[in-house]
Design a protein around this ligand. Sequence first.
Ligand code: PGA
Ligand code: ZN
Length: 452
Amino acid sequence: VITKVKARQILDSRGIPTVEVDLYTNKGMFRASAPSGAPSGMYEAIELRDGYKSRYLGNGVSKAVRNINEKISEAIVGMDPILQNQIDQSMIDLDKTEKKGELGANAILAVSIAACRAGAAEKEVPLYKHIAELSGRGSNVLPVPAFTLISGGKHAGNNLAIQEIMILPVGAQRFEEAMQMGSETYHHLKAVIAEKYGAHGCNVGEDGGLAPDITRQYNAIFHSFKYSIINFVFSTFCSFKEGLDLVMEAIGRTGYIDKVKIALDIAATDFCIGSKYDLDIKSPRRPGQNFKSGEDMIEIYKELCRDYPVVSIEDPFDKEDWEQVKKFSALGICQVVGDELLMSNPKRIERAIQENACNALVLKVNQLGTVTEAIEVVKTAKDANWGVVISQRSGETDDSFLADLSVGLATGQIKSGAPCRGERLAKYNQLIRIEEEIGDEARYVGDHWRHS
Ligand code: PGA
Ligand code: ZN
């Protein structure tokens, strides 16, 4: 049984406070912490922050910590940690609000994950196995990692509008080989970027991706009014192809051509102005000069899928631009992933399934707040024959729970940033350990990543 729950405030990878909890049972102490990202809107669970500007710029989480130490602790001490469902439900009941704003989803999630670890220990099985038993899904399938190689958007201080250029080493035989492919490509890319942009181009974004000022060469060729004319005549002319070219050059140097595919997180909401998309929103020289319509963006994506091994595009349009994303998904040319479009929200997921708005889910557990709810939405998405990507947040900790979650739910895909930076590698390294532990029975998902 759960004998004690003790929470504290720690700092995440961005240096912002978050919640950590130690949950005790007769089997020992089980620790977990909550990640944090850029809030995407009114449909996600609420992260409780103190708001006292004089402490951590208003970002302290002492209220959430107190909620655990006083209220949640009282409610769950004495419960059996195997009963994840009941533990999660008792916190939901205690909170009483739809979005967990009373206790804080950050408080509830940290406890939920710690309880899950305690449940596994109680049964004396590995965490991924316990999750597989809770969910009734597989437990020996290792996901394809989506490694962020180039960061932009809100995650980096460069001028790239889109948020992530990732690679998927689908041609590996084992997860560990996928790690090797990711790491080698990352280091070749670093060299390519240093040659073209100088060493400062190798500074990294929040999730460890390299962050060069991507439009440098493009700037040199097309500037001032010439640029406007070219942009006007060729609506598919887009600066971030330069980023894809860099990644292709790096893949070429590794020799993994054909074994490595490309995934993009456009995070288009962040550069949508009215109904137009400003691909140069972060360029100091040209904001507002490179507006694309939704139709132009569709043409750009078609070209990317034709000219590059792009197999997955996340948030290709603004989070409320359902019409365009439906049109794009109907083309069936790649996996269309809903992150901000869905916010992991069951109602938005249902709507997207009904309307065929996308065909894959990004699951960010802290947008829901409990392990039980995460299991539920993954089932819903898989039943609709969708792809599922277990995802990090831009603010992470050294907690590796997502690795076990991706195996326990057999999602087939995990997105944990670059093969660089401790908090990103905490998840990938845990997957190396899980593959080793499963041994001969382990299956790397490889080419079946969309429908594991
Ligand atoms: P976030 O980014 O954690 O900053 O929301 C992650 C993503 O967009 O995939
Ligand atoms: Zn995203």
